[in-house]
Design a protein around this ligand. Structure first.
Ligand SMILES: Nc1ncnc2c1ncn2[C@@H]1O[C@H](COP(=O)(O)OP(=O)(O)O)[C@@H](O)[C@H]1O
Ligand SMILES: [Mg+2]
Length: 439
């Protein structure tokens, strides 16, 4: 993409409304624009990041055996009356009346809808287990939307739902998602810690929030330090094998958000291992048994021929929130530092003297070669000053900056900068290409 033809409305000044660094940088780097309180338009650069996150989420869901579908954003109130939540949900739910005076709503979540779909389609235990997910916009009329996409009113979420015949099998479904979440956040360049969360009326130990540590996080969290760097299972993980050890290694160490915090248990952690910090909830997995299946008649005939309400769980990932979360975890004074896996472009190609025939030609060749090698590249071919170009590149945080100017070209070199470390080297264009492609 040539910057001269792109849509990248960056801001020089810090926007006054942004209180935390990720919100500030998302506005400044032209990733999003607010269109109403807590509602954001995703501009091209932000959308590219969102799509990269979605792709990783999808791949790891598929690896764990979950199947994608897509449910609508607008739902009928009748479904929610069946579960009793139409009245119970509260003012976070955006209620809508259509022209026929029918009550509708903009979905804050999809338990009811998926239960209805599943119940109409699956009659036998032989069709179990299943885990269905979608990546769809949600609306929650948060009383205090803030911190940009971190706590928005309209936001993109991956929400998945598992259906099993019995609790033991539902536990297996839960463990698969637990492991899948560890892998997903790891691939996004984040260190997410599963923490015991409130299970509501069901009780038990099957609710975890996945938290990334950040000073600006909304939750106070307490955990054993060893959880922070605990290695994550590789892509050869066998989801049909025994996942219990992976989960035990984490759940046997103390980790809780303030809601579930048990100061006495935390005191039992050796003092040098006690970490009390702030965190951002990027995912939440939850087992809720037959709450919806019993209320809505989602039953199958079991091996004994009797109708059995299904055991269900739900599994959420805050896809939009993750964009902010990743920036909170990875930035410096100059701007964003995208982890390679989610960067909107891998390389920023900087032409130091647009209009100079030799420099333009060298850039054009590099641009073509990068694209031919399948490397995404944003080519700054504008006639801005060099200093402004460097600031923009640092601000938008692409992993590599490839800088081409007349002086270097005279001695046959270009400059390659790694955004994360600031490390710069001068090398031949071919060597620079090889280095970028090989990384
Ligand atoms: N208002 C919001 N803005 C952005 N992301 C959100 C918002 N609310 C929830 N999320 C994301 O969706 C995930 C699943 O939501 P859920 O656990 O149902 O919400 P909550 O924790 O607010 O009850 C959360 O872990 C979080 O990452
Ligand atoms: Mg939650």
């Amino acid at each position: 993409m040539r910057l001269s033809r792109y849509f990248l409305p960056t801001l020089k000044e810090n926007p006054a409304e942004a209180q935390i660094v990720s919100h500030r940088l998302m506005l400044r780097a032209g990733l999003v624009r607010q269109t109403a309180a807590g509602i954001y338009a995703w501009l091209p650069l932000g959308l590219a990041v969102l799509r990269n996150i979605e792709k990783i989420v999808r791949e790891e869901q598929a690896r764990a055996g979950a199947i994608e579908l897509l449910m609508p954003t607008i739902q009928s109130a009748d479904l929610w009356r069946q579960s009793g939540r139409f009245d119970a949900y509260g003012p976070e739910m955006l209620r809508i009346v259509d022209r026929h005076e029918r009550d509708m709503l903009y979905g804050p979540t999809n338990e009811e809808m998926i239960t209805e779909i599943f119940k109409g389609a699956v009659k036998s235990y032989r069709d179990l287990p299943r885990n269905l997910f979608h990546i769809q916009w949600k609306f929650r009329d948060e009383i205090r939307p803030r911190f940009g996409v971190m706590r928005g009113r309209e936001f993109l979420m991956k929400d998945g739902y598992s259906f099993d015949l019995d609790v033991e099998s539902a536990r297996r479904a839960y463990r698969k998602m637990f492991v899948s979440y560890l892998r997903t956040f790891d691939r996004l360049g984040l260190r997410a810690i599963p923490m015991a969360a409130d299970t509501g009326p069901i009780g038990g130990d099957m609710s975890h929030e996945f938290i990334i540590l950040a000073e600006t996080g909304e939750s106070a969290v307490f955990c054993h330090r060893d959880l922070v760097d605990m290695p994550v299972p590789g892509d050869d993980i066998d989801y049909d094998g025994d996942l219990e050890p992976v989960i035990r290694a984490r759940t046997e160490l103390y980790a809780a958000t303030d809601e579930k915090h048990d100061p006495a248990a935390f005191e039992a952690v050796p003092e040098d291992k006690r970490l009390s910090a702030r965190g951002i909830e990027v995912g939440h997995i939850f087992f809720f048994g037959t709450k919806y299946s019993a209320a809505m008649g989602c039953v199958v005939s079991g091996p004994d021929g009797r109708d059995t309400p299904l055991q269900m769980g739900s599994y959420g990932i805050g896809v939009a929130r993750l964009v902010g979360g990743i920036i909170e975890a990875s930035h410096d004074d100059a701007g964003i530092i995208w982890p390679d896996a989610v960067a909107p472009f891998k390389v920023g190609l900087v032409n130091l003297k647009s209009g100079d025939a030799e420099t333009d030609a060298a850039c054009a060749t590099l641009y073509d070669k990068l694209q031919a090698a399948g490397v995404t590249v944003l080519y700054d071919d504008t006639d801005e000053r060099a200093g402004a170009k460097f600031s923009t590149m640092d601000l938008i945080g692409l992993p590599w900056q490839l800088v081409v100017g007349p002086r270097g070209l005279k001695s046959g070199v270009v400059e390659l900068k790694r955004r994360a470390t600031g490390e710069k080297e001068e090398l031949s264009p071919e060597a620079a290409l090889a280095k970028i492609s090989g990384n």
